[in-house]
Design a protein around this ligand. Structure first.
Ligand code: BES
Ligand code: ZN
Ligand code: ZN
Length: 499
């Protein structure tokens, strides 16, 4: 997988030496008082910006973009409207810049400057804003070209982005470097999730993880089917049974500090046909994305190592394929889980919780400080928060509050759902310890979490249901159409602020 990413640098603004074809300049709607760096550019160019504003050709409204040709330097000034100053957030800036960069790329502009000082407003921290601008540029420009063989000469790329400021400080270079690590984690997640299911089988993803372990110094253990059977991971194996592709249970370990591990568990269904409860059209489409959680945690732990975070992390990725065949598990089956709890199957399409329950219970052997699972678990997440945010839930308010803080900082939106006792009643089974879903089908996303809660004992645990946020249906802000790599930025933020 070769990802073409632009080179991002931060530089002192020197108008004589700007070697870019276009410069993004952010302008707010009200109180248009141009900042000192904009004033400088404006003066150098015979007041084209201020005249344009004076003539009301540009008002700084949200979404407004105008490009001014600068014949002196043969380049373009791209004025980007940011709306009312009081409402400008880093989220708005990140999404706006990403969209404008894509549009410029598609016009064939390969060297782009971003006038940092024009995007920074009083309530922002400089370092944070630089990181967000770099990350949103890098992840906003992502595109998956792996299988394009014709007209590849027509594919356009941005190869250089210069973040320009009048107040350059050497310490900004390290921020840009970290932004590169975070962005790579997101983009590599997107690319592996996008890899088609005939290629990205459990075996393929497992050897990919092994490769990452090798290159970034992680410990890697892969539990094969036979061993999983001996260990009693019967829920995981039940899901895998219907497929000709063998399951793999991947464990990556990063030891960068002292103390107990934080365990990340990611759902890794490389294709979810539904199994015997086969999905109907169009619901089987994009079910290669059902490995999004696993692929995310693999890249988050890689980033932990590249960022040299002073903590200990374990990433667990149960990988298998959910297929219908003569060997598939069935509705009505009763399966004894790794923890010993017996589970009555009602619908083979609720396979995610089956592989996760064994992975969660297995993770307890590390006596972790906290467990976080990430899973494309329920289509019902669409009813909960739509495509905008990820529903989260858990058993520990302190962990949930850490995740919410990381959410705000990383610009990945989450909202907590309750795990009230009443929901547990819906999982009572007539013949086994529990069912894996409720008959009524109400509160599907919460029922998913309610089931998982039985497999982590009293360890602080949180569950993120990324079923809907893992895929962008169209280009939107920092997410180009396709797999989004959701949870990667949030989890990296969480782990770097862990202690
Ligand atoms: N992988 C799906 C969830 C999903 C749905 C992800 C849509 C992305 C988009 C999951 O395994 C599933 O099929 N869940 C069922 C659960 C139901 C049978 C209780 C669902 O959401 O319909
Ligand atoms: Zn399913
Ligand atoms: Zn699934």
């Amino acid at each position: 997988m070769a990802l073409k990413t632009p080179d991002v640098r931060i530089e002192q603004l020197d108008f004589k030496k700007i070697g870019v074809k276009a410069i993004l300049i952010g302008i707010s709607q009200d109180k248009i008082e141009l900042s000192s760096s904009i004033k400088r550019i404006d003066a150098e160019l015979g007041n084209i910006i201020s005249n344009c504003i004076k003539n009301k050709d540009f008002n700084g409204e949200k979404g407004e973009v105008i490009s001014l040709y600068n014949s002196v330097k043969n380049n373009y000034l791209i004025l980007v409207g940011l709306g009312e100053q009081g409402k400008i957030t880093l989220d708005l800036i990140a999404n706006t810049i990403a969209g404008v960069l894509r549009a410029l790329r598609d016009k064939g502009i390969s060297k782009i400057g971003i006038l940092f000082d024009s995007f920074i407003f009083k309530n922002f921290d400089d370092a944070e804003a630089i990181e967000k601008i770099a990350v949103s540029s890098l992840i906003g420009l992502y595109r998956y070209d792996e299988f394009k063989t014709s007209d590849t000469n027509k594919l356009k790329y941005v190869d250089e982005i210069k973040v320009l400021t009048l107040n350059y400080n050497k310490k900004y270079d390290a921020i840009i470097k970290n932004a590169g690590i975070i962005s790579n984690a997101v983009n590599k997640t997107r690319a592996l999730v996008a890899t088609p299911p005939n290629i990205a089988t459990p075996e393929y993803v497992a050897s990919y993880a092994k490769g990452i372990a090798k290159s970034s110094g992680l410990r890697c253990t892969i539990i094969e089917e036979e061993e999983a059977r001996k260990l009693g991971m019967n829920c995981f194996l039940a899901v895998a049974k219907g497929s000709a592709n063998k399951p793999k249970f991947v464990i990556l370990e990063y030891n960068g500090g002292k103390g107990q591990h934080v365990v990340l568990v990611g759902k890794g269904v490389t294709f979810d046909s539904g199994g015997l409860n086969i999905k109907t059209h169009p619901y089987m489409q994009n079910m290669k994305d059902d490995k999004s959680g696993a692929v995310a945690v693999i890249h988050v732990i890689e980033a932990c190592s590249l960022l040299k975070l002073p903590i200990n992390v374990i990433a667990i990725a149960p990988l298998c394929e959910n297929m219908p065949s003569g060997t598939s598990y069935r509705p009505d089956d009763v399966i004894k889980s790794y923890l010993g709890v017996t589970v009555e199957i009602r619908n083979t399409d609720a396979e995610g919780r089956m592989i996760l329950c064994d992975a969660l219970a297995y993770s307890l052997k590390y006596k972790p400080e906290a467990i976080i699972d990430v899973a494309t678990l329920t289509g019902a997440a669409k009813i909960v928060l739509g495509e905008t945010g990820t529903p989260i839930m858990g058993n520990n308010p302190n962990l949930i509050s850490k995740i919410k803080k990381a959410s705000e900082k990383s610009l990945e939106k989450v909202w907590e759902m309750p795990l009230w006792e009443e929901y547990a009643d819906e999982l009572k089974s007539d013949i086994a310890d529990m069912k894996h879903l409720s008959d009524e089908g109400n509160a599907g996303t919460i029922i998913g979490g309610t089931f998982l809660k039985n497999f982590i004992g009293s360890t602080p645990w949180a569950h993120m249901d990324i079923a809907i946020t893992s895929l962008a249906k169209a280009d939107k802000g920092v997410n180009p159409k396709g797999p989004t790599g959701v949870s990667v930025r949030l989890l990296i933020e969480l782990l770097r602020g862990w202690r």
